[in-house]
Design a binder for this molecule. Structure first.
Ligand SMILES: Cc1cc2nc3c(=O)[nH]c(=O)nc-3n(C[C@H](O)[C@H](O)[C@H](O)COP(=O)(O)O)c2cc1C
Length: 357
């Protein structure tokens, strides 16, 4: 039986000291120009001090057109890189491995923030969105790759490509809408091509110890489970990833599609994965939940809400097998005491009313 306190070796880069990863959590604490703020620095380093094996940033935009909300972190230019350098060394000093989540909002970017129309796989005038040309897709792939190289130069141990939740790379997968006739539309192979090129490009542009992860949704956002599984299998089959971070929202959940039984997690833990590690995210709120994920065959547990509630969720869960996160809602003061800055507290209060009293 694998226990959460066992270190996790990966194909490339440093081993994680345990099986707890901090989930990428949008916290809207960055400056208007996308540079890192003191509050965001503190939010993340506190999670390193709190024992997480991997500390991941929020979704960070790889190019200004992809910015999806105000206060989003950027990894799109030299100034962003400079502001991230200090964070990388601070996270390393806590003993955690560091990663930046690379993001492009696509049709879910915000033109009122970016000041330009959105770019996506298909046109949508109602959303101020224009279809990317083939060259445009190649450019966006290059933007992801350049952002990864920037993260590496800033001193990060790796990056996670955000392929989940129906943002740009996930939009390509959506066959209800992606009717492109170039090599980025049509067959599932074509619809996954942008994601694959991002992964291949990052691998080619970064060093042999740079850790590369990919976040995927198992189903939804126009992707049926059978295709979600096929994409995961293909990406695992490349051998280019160090980990796959599966965003289940509830690790115990059943598939949504009609006539599908069992649990979602089981449809992924059984895929051949070679040396690629598999993580799962969603409602891991107790030490027992994390142990359950490992018992199902996952290699690590990705923790979001639990890590908002306790900066040291990992350390507490490692010390006490009966540990459970405090019950919600919690007060603003309790959140502030866990190094959740004012902008993040207000963002949570607006979007997650059952979390904040
Ligand atoms: C406030 C908040 C912000 C989030 N931001 C991101 C994000 O930037 N990128 C991402 O991939 N997922 C994001 N998620 C999803 C989390 O990473 C995680 O998968 C999800 O919350 C389920 O895990 P949990 O039940 O432990 O919170 C966010 C979730 C929350 C609650």
């Amino acid at each position: 039986m694998t226990a959460p306190d066992q270190p996790l070796s990966l194909t490339r880069g440093p081993a994680w000291r345990n099986r707890f990863a901090l989930a990428p959590l949008t916290n809207t604490q960055s400056h208007d120009d996308g540079t890192l703020s003191e509050d965001e620095h503190r939010w993340l380093t506190a999670r390193g001090e709190g024992g997480f094996g991997l500390v991941m940033t929020c979704a960070a935009y790889v190019v200004p057109t992809g910015q999806a909300w105000r206060g989003q972190l950027g990894v799109a230019d030299d100034e962003h890189e400079a502001s991230l350098r200090d964070l990388a060394s601070s996270i390393r000093a806590t003993g955690a491995v560091s990663s930046i989540q690379l993001h492009h909002g696509g049709r879910r970017a915000d033109p009122t923030v970016t000041g330009r129309p959105n770019e996506a796989p298909w046109d949508d005038p109602d959303r101020n969105t224009v279809a990317l040309t083939t060259e445009g897709v190649e450019r966006v792939v290059a933007d992801f790759v350049a952002a990864a190289a920037r993260a590496e130069r800033a001193g990060f141990d790796g990056v996670e490509v955000h392929g989940a939740h129906g943002y740009l790379l996930g939009q390509f997968l959506d066959d209800r809408h992606n009717r492109r006739t170039d090599r980025y539309g049509g067959s599932l192979e074509n619809r996954s091509r942008a994601m694959l090129e991002v992964v291949e490009g990052i691998r080619a542009a970064t060093g042999p110890a740079f850790q590369l992860g990919l976040r995927l949704s198992p189903e939804g956002f126009g992707v049926p489970l059978a295709e979600g599984r096929e994409v995961a299998a293909a990406m695992l089959g490349t051998g280019l990833l160090d980990y796959l971070d599966l965003s289940l929202w509830d690790v115990y959940a059943a598939p949504r599609g009609e006539g599908l039984d069992g649990r979602l997690i089981d449809r992924f833990t059984d895929l051949p994965r070679g040396g690629t590690r598999l993580g799962v995210a969603g409602k891991v709120l107790t030490a027992a939940d994390a142990q359950w994920c490992l018992d199902q065959g996952a290699d690590f547990a990705t923790v979001g809400t639990g890590a908002i509630l306790h900066h040291d969720f990992a350390r507490r869960a490692l010390a006490d097998a009966s540990f459970a996160a405090r019950s919600r809602p919690v007060t603003r003061e309790e959140l502030r005491a866990e190094a959740v800055g004012p902008a993040f507290v207000e963002y949570l209060a607006a979007g997650w009313p059952d979390l904040v009293a």
